[in-house]
Design a binder for this molecule. Sequence first.
Ligand SMILES: CC(C)(COP(=O)(O)OP(=O)(O)OC[C@H]1O[C@@H](n2cnc3c(N)ncnc32)[C@H](O)[C@@H]1OP(=O)(O)O)[C@@H](O)C(=O)NCCC(=O)NCCS
Length: 134
Amino acid sequence: MDLLLLGDEQEDMVMKYLERGEMAALFDGEDAIALSVVTKEGENLWELKNIAVLPAFQGKGYGKQLVRFWQEKLEGKGILQAGTGETPKTMGFYMACGFQFSHRITDFFVHHYDHPIVEDGILLKDMVYFSYKL
Ligand SMILES: CC(C)(COP(=O)(O)OP(=O)(O)OC[C@H]1O[C@@H](n2cnc3c(N)ncnc32)[C@H](O)[C@@H]1OP(=O)(O)O)[C@@H](O)C(=O)NCCC(=O)NCCS
């Protein structure tokens, strides 16, 4: 749960997709150091709902390795999309993983979260979607 909340800080939002999603994680011995959750959103449409790497292990390629796992597992099966807050860090990450800007949902974080979400000093408002052709 600590890792899930690192990727998406409100537990009831995590619970909305956890049951219907599939999880892939990376372990260092017995300890999970990174995880990701993907859901099926429609015919040929998949969504990376959560991805998180423990702070001590960030910037070492593990996040990209998890994304690559899904890109290979779902190859030829449509589109993989990911929604994120508008911060240079996460947008840079998805672009480095081969995703392109797709669309935005205005004020998503304002309407769907019960408290202000601040990431890297930026107050999140819109959900920005990136997509990758599998
Ligand atoms: C976002 C996160 C999952 C990235 O995982 P990571 O293991 O640190 O990232 P990687 O080391 O695999 O980096 C992959 C690529 O993203 C790029 N990237 C990572 N951080 C970046 C940044 N701040 N700005 C631009 N690019 C960045 C890297 O340069 C790398 O590109 P390269 O392969 O061309 O060198 C991780 O930092 C994290 O868990 N953050 C906290 C939770 C979070 O924000 N989750 C995403 C919610 S949408």
